[in-house]
Design a protein around this ligand. Structure first.
Ligand SMILES: [Cu+2]
Length: 88
């Protein structure tokens, strides 16, 4: 399991190495507190190629930074694994 700090630090290191990162944002429904946010962060952050995940609890926006394009279905599955849903 990765800590938020570790994922952030990894993203920073990759950027310093000149690796091109892509970002995508999905809206997740059902998150109500910091624990919800960290569950989503952990599950999505465990996807291959994902280096950073930012969660905005107020809007449900989850911003995913990755070295590859992440399949929307994979994100959906990871969010479901954490116990939440991606808004259509
Ligand atoms: Cu919660």
């Amino acid at each position: 399991m990765r800590s938020p700090c570790l994922t952030t630090c990894t993203a920073r290191q990759l950027q310093e190495q000149g690796v091109v990162m892509s970002t995508s944002t999905v809206t997740v429904t059902g998150m109500t507190c910091g624990h919800c946010a960290s569950s989503v962060r952990e599950e999505v952050g465990a996807l291959p190629g994902v280096s950073d995940v930012e969660v905005d609890l107020g809007t449900g926006a989850v911003t995913i930074t990755s070295t590859d394009t992440i399949e929307p279905a994979a994100v959906k599955a990871a969010v479901a694994e954490a116990g939440y849903q991606v808004a259509e």
